[in-house]
Design a protein around this ligand. Structure first.
Ligand code: COA
Length: 377
């Protein structure tokens, strides 16, 4: 039977409400984002672990609950020999996000609970994924540089350990604080493309590893998480404060989309960009490497004042990460290290009140054509 005819939709499901969530809400007119009722401007005063706990439990932890949660994360903070071997056997030049996609899938093979869809098992797997993702990312980075993986140190935060495993030295408090803020800001964002992909997979009653594998595939794209590394490549291509204005004007005249600008939901400043702009400015002052921030400011002025398009989360994260010395193709993986908390929280939420997600479509093809046998066509 033909599908029920639907009214023609705006492309890209724009304006369509696809389900309920109590995890995060965006006010695109006012530029507000909260997780479980708490404004992100307040949550950045806490830690990423606190935000992850909030998303998984829909409440802020007491100190005792947070200590216990941190212990659970620490208990899962390792990679099996098989997973390390898989990362080390990736071909030279493997795309970093593709590597993470493979890691998520592989983690599932070596988890005895991977097919157990009980709430308790899924919560344990969520914590496992949050703990293992930064180790997988740094193992990938070290492996392609011919280095052995480093494992996290006990009693340290995810942000601390990520920087330690990435650079092989104990990070400064200032860098840890920046990384912690970055992780809090990227943790959840309504029904964004990767989270929606995760929920669609959850809704078929598949497993959490399949759901995060699908989500990371969606995050990889340049219209979603992949924009941050493209922002940095653009800044590197321009590479000169004095050339910036002409470069951007030329790009706009040629209808090139400027990466790191625009958003489906925000019609004003993305509140995450406010923090990241401050971070980029602070790093420019601290490092004395002001060029990237200055260029970003010129670009923002043109985009906001002349096109009415604001920077999104990816714009100032690019120059910030660059000044922190993070390899450009790992930028989207930092997004994933954080967002895996949101993805897994959405997986749990979807499972707790599930119905298959299966939208209709408006058929725009031909109908009732006469079938002609192949030898007569
Ligand atoms: C985020 C994004 C995918 C949202 O897409 P969307 O809601 O489908 O919006 P559209 O692409 O239809 O954009 C609406 C209008 O703004 C313009 N626009 C949007 N983002 C733009 C950008 N980054 N640079 C230049 N113009 C842009 C579009 O060209 C379009 O103009 P038109 O109506 O004259 O054709 C889009 O803004 C974009 O591609 N941004 C760059 C990639 C990026 O930074 N992604 C990270 C998102 S967090």
């Amino acid at each position: 039977m033909a599908e029920r005819a639907a009214a023609p939709q705006k492309k890209g499901l724009e304006g369509i409400v696809a389900g309920n969530t109590s995890l995060s809400v965006i006010d695109g007119q006012q530029g507000l984002l909260s997780y479980c009722g708490y404004n992100i401007h307040d949550l950045v005063k806490g830690s990423f672990e606190e935000t992850a706990y909030l998303l998984l439990n829909h409440k802020l932890p007491t100190q005792m609950e947070l200590d216990e949660f941190n212990k659970q994360i620490e208990g899962e903070s390792s990679l099996s020999r098989e997973v390390i071997k898989m990362i080390q056997s990736l071909p030279n030049g493997t795309n970093a996000m593709a590597a993470l996609r493979g890691v998520f899938s592989t983690l599932g093979y070596y988890d005895d609970e991977s097919e157990d869809n009980s709430g308790e098992a899924n919560r344990r797997k969520a914590i496992r994924l949050i703990a293992k993702t930064p180790i997988a990312v740094t193992t990938f980075q070290r492996s392609r540089n011919g280095q052995e993986p480093l494992m996290p140190k006990s009693g340290k935060s995810i942000a601390w350990n990520f920087l330690y495993m990435l650079f092989g030295e104990e990070p400064s408090d200032a860098k840890v604080e920046l990384m912690d803020t970055v992780l809090i800001l990227h943790a959840d964002h309504g029904f964004n493309a990767s989270t929606f992909a995760c929920r669609v997979i959850a809704a078929t009653l598949s497993d959490i590893y399949s759901a995060v594998t699908g989500a990371v595939g969606a995050l990889k794209g340049p219209l979603h998480g992949g924009a941050n590394e493209r922002v940095m490549n653009m800044l590197l291509e321009i590479n000169d404060v004095d050339r910036t204005e002409a470069w951007i004007r030329n790009a706009l005249a040629n209808k090139v989309k400027i990466m790191g600008f625009g958003h489906r939901v925000y019609k004003t400043e993305d509140p995450r960009a406010t923090h990241l702009r401050g971070m980029s400015k602070g790093l420019a002052e601290d490092t004395g490497e002001s060029k990237w921030y200055e260029m970003s400011q010129i670009i923002e002025n043109i985009m906001v004042n002349e096109k009415g398009i604001n920077p999104n989360v990816d714009f100032y994260s690019a120059s910030s990460y660059y000044m922190m010395g993070i390899p450009i193709d790992l930028y989207t993986l930092i997004f994933a290290i954080s967002r895996v908390s949101g993805w897994t929280a959405h997986f749990l939420e979807q499972m707790s009140d599930n119905r298959l997600i299966r939208p209709g479509s408006t058929y725009i093809g031909e109908r009732d054509l006469e079938y002609i046998p192949i030898d007569q066509r």
